[in-house]
Every structure is written in structure tokens, then in C-alpha cells.
Design a protein around this ligand. Structure first.
Ligand code: CP3
Length: 365
């Protein structure tokens, strides 16, 4: 590691001009000038792609996450097809939790289902700390991908303590997060012990990915929007901060994302993010006012807009690029993941449109 003149840590070997650290995506995360606004899509590797469905037809979800050659192939599919500015590692937020010893499965059409939900202090102890040796397939897949991707940056990711805790306490997906909140309000000590353990697992999981070569990380707190700002600050922020601030010296930008987080955007930035992900409910100029001038934003096309006729998509892309100009850095993305019924050709057209509308001549900076 070396420290560059802007005070940020540059990773050895990848800061050459044209390398991933100099890519439009990483430059936008760092609030530096870009040749065009970079674009990638949450859930770009997945069910909208026939080539993905082909691979997954005979392999269960968790098994596909544990086979490096499949992870590599699935991660590369949207890069080849759409020309996105970043790849995101094919995995799932529950992969490290399973590696930590929790019996769970990802059920098609449902999501993660936990065999014995976490409800007591003894249950929390069942979540073991993890090391690289618990997730060798992630380490291997990232190393293969970094070679295959060349100058295209690879994003690593993990689930944040609140979102992971929700799956573990509920036992599966939940609309209200009622059991999770009952534990949070009813037994704060147990809640904090659970989230502290999950933060430890998440931090270790992200460190494995960074050591193996990812160029950025995204912390998904998808369901944090279920909380008021006061409760978020009291029950969640310390644990997400433990993860993000634990990576402060790692030399890669940290993206922090959740859904329905209009009231939490400032706090989510404070947790130690370089980039805050914004869903479609908050215009990016308003979001920037809440997040502050020292962070970039990512977002925020409503994934459902991609199901509308092209002129609607085009008008929305234009609006978002315009509002994104208020931010000191903008990574174009959806406000949440790609829906499985999305026509992949529309995604390819969005990438081309974002690049075309945002491309700047070098002399314009
Ligand atoms: O973004 C990408 O392209 C990388 C892949 C990725 C997956 N899961 C693959 C996946 C990422 C980043 C995730 C993160 C994830 N997983 C989150 C946070 C992001 C978000 O959407 O808010 C959450 C909450 C989960 C938990 C989870 N896993 C859900 C809700 C589901 C969908 C259940 C369903 O079938 O509708 C999964 C399964 C999952 N993870 C799939 C994929 C491609 C679908 C599995 C399949 O193909 O059958």
C-alpha cells in the first residue's frame, strides 16, 4: 500500500493509468473527473439473462456460489453482454452466514430460509467468526475474475448486520420484520450481541474479497428502511460503522445501500461510506443535500421503469443524469435490483444511453 497525493490509499499494482483504479467507476466513487458517467446494475448477474438461467437450471443457488468456475462465468455474463462499467461478484448476502455455521438455504422464488432461527444468546454463539479458509471459493473466484476482467473493476459485497439479522431472526423473508424488531426493542443487549457478531463476520468476508483483489465493496442494508432514523442510529449505525470504518484503510471505495432509506441517507453516509446508494423515491439532487458534498451517490432508476416503453426509459435516464449532476460523483444504477422479467436488451440500451448522454470531451474536464 502507498499513500497518494490526495491522501487516499492507492493499492499497489492497480493504480496504473487505464487499470481498474483509474476506471470511470472508481473515479466517480472518488469524486474525480470522469470521461462518462459509469453505470452498472444491482442484480445484473441473474435471472434476466437466458445464459444465467441456462447455467442455473441444474445447479442450486448456494452451490453455484461455491463453485469458482461458475461464479466467474456468471459474473462475466453481464459485462460481456451490456458493457457495464463494473462487475459485481456473483454470490449472496447469506453465503458468509452459511460459512459461519448457520444451516440455511436459498429457496427459489422465496429467498433465504434459515433452519433454526436465531432467538437466544446461545443461538448467537452458533454464528462462528470466519476466515479465508471458510470461504476459499470466494477467494479463488475473485482472483480468477480480476485476471479475466483486466481494466474493468470488480465490486465485492456483503449484507449489513440489520438485513442479515432480519433473515436470521425471522427465519426467512419478512414484510414487517416484526420478530426482528420485537427482539431489538425487547432485548437490546441480545440484539447488540447479534449485530456485533454479524459485523465481525461481514468485515472478515469483505476483507477476504479485498485481499483477493476487488476494486470496491458494497454493503447492502436492503431492509434498513424499515426503521426510523432514531432507531437506526441507536440499533444499527454502530454495527454498520464497525464494518465500514474497519475498511477505512483498505484502499477501496465503500458503497452503502438500502431501500426506502430517504430518512436515513445522512446517517448511512456517516457510517463510513464513500458512496451512498439511493433508491428511486428520492431525487439524486435532494439525496445529495441530505448526504453532503463529501460523498458520491449511486442510483436511482426505478427497476419497474425498464418494463415501460423505451421513450419512458429514455426520459427517466435523462432526468436522473441531470439530477445526478448535483452530486460530487454519480454512479448510474437502478434504485434496487434488476427484476427477472426485464428484457436484457433494454439494459444494454440503457448502458449505451448513459454513456452517450454523459460523455465529456477531455477539455471540458
Ligand atoms: O447483483 C448481482 O448481480 C450479484 C448477485 C447478488 C445476488 N444476491 C444473487 C442472487 C447480490 C448482490 C445479492 C444480494 C442479496 N441477496 C440481497 C441484497 C440486495 C437486494 O436485493 O436487496 C438480498 C436481500 C439477498 C437475499 C436474497 N437472495 C433474495 C431476496 C433472493 C431472491 C429470492 C427469489 O428467488 O426471488 C435471493 C436469491 C438470489 N440471490 C438470486 C440471485 C441471482 C436468485 C436465485 C435464483 O436464480 O434462483
Amino acid at each position: 500500500m502507498t499513500t497518494d497525493t490526495t491522501g487516499t490509499v492507492a493499492r499497489d499494482g492497480d493504480s496504473r493509468p487505464g487499470g481498474p483504479a483509474d476506471s470511470p467507476f472508481i473515479r466517480a466513487c472518488r469524486r474525480r473527473p470522469v470521461p462518462h458517467t459509469p453505470v452498472w446494475f444491482m442484480r445484473q448477474a441473474g435471472r434476466s439473462l437466458p445464459e444465467y438461467r441456462g447455467i442455473r437450471a441444474s445447479v442450486p443457488m448456494l452451490e453455484s456460489c461455491r463453485r469458482p468456475e461458475l461464479v466467474t462465468e456468471i459474473t462475466l455474463q453481464p459485462v460481456r453482454r451490456h458493457g457495464v462499467d463494473a462487475a459485481i461478484l456473483f454470490s449472496d448476502i447469506v453465503v458468509p452466514v452459511a460459512a459461519a455455521g448457520i444451516d440455511l438455504d436459498i429457496v427459489p422464488g422465496t429467498g433465504p430460509v434459515v433452519a433454526e432461527p436465531i432467538r437466544t444468546a446461545a443461538d448467537v454463539e452458533r454464528i462462528r467468526p470466519i476466515t479465508r479458509d471458510d470461504v476459499p471459493y470466494v477467494d479463488e473466484a475473485v482472483r480468477q475474475l480480476v485476471v479475466e476482467l483486466g481494466d474493468t473493476p470488480l465490486i465485492g459485497f456483503a449484507g449489513a448486520p440489520f438485513t442479515l439479522a432480519s433473515y436470521l431472526v425471522e427465519g426467512g423473508p419478512s414484510r414487517t420484520h416484526a420478530k426482528t424488531k420485537a427482539l431489538m426493542y425487547g432485548d437490546p443487549e441480545l440484539w447488540h450481541a447479534l449485530c456485533a457478531r454479524l459485523a465481525e463476520v461481514t468485515l472478515a468476508f469483505l476483507r477476504v474479497q479485498i485481499e483477493a483483489g476487488v476494486s470496491a465493496v458494497q454493503l447492502f442494508d436492503s431492509w434498513a428502511g424499515a426503521l426510523s432514523e432514531a432507531d437506526y442510529r441507536r440499533f444499527v449505525l454502530p454495527h454498520s460503522t464497525a464494518v465500514l470504518s474497519g475498511l477505512a484503510g483498505a484502499g477501496v471505495p465503500r458503497i452503502h445501500f438500502g431501500v426506502g432509506t430517504a430518512e436515513l441517507l445522512g446517517a448511512m453516509g456517516e457510517a463510513g461510506a464513500d458512496v451512498v446508494g439511493v433508491d428511486w423515491r428520492t431525487p439524486l439532487d435532494v439525496a445529495t443535500g441530505r448526504i453532503g458534498p463529501d460523498k458520491a451517490v449511486q442510483g436511482n432508476l426505478d427497476p419497474c421503469v425498464l418494463l415501460a416503453p423505451w421513450p419512458v426509459v429514455e426520459a427517466e435516464v435523462r432526468r436522473i443524469l441531470e439530477q445526478g449532476r448535483a452530486a460530487p460523483g454519480h454512479v448510474f444504477n437502478l434504485g434496487h435490483g434488476v427484476l427477472p422479467e426485464t428484457d436484457p436488451e433494454v439494459l444494454t440500451r440503457v448502458v449505451a444511453l448513459v454513456h452517450e448522454l454523459s460523455s465529456r470531451r477531455a477539455d471540458q474536464g
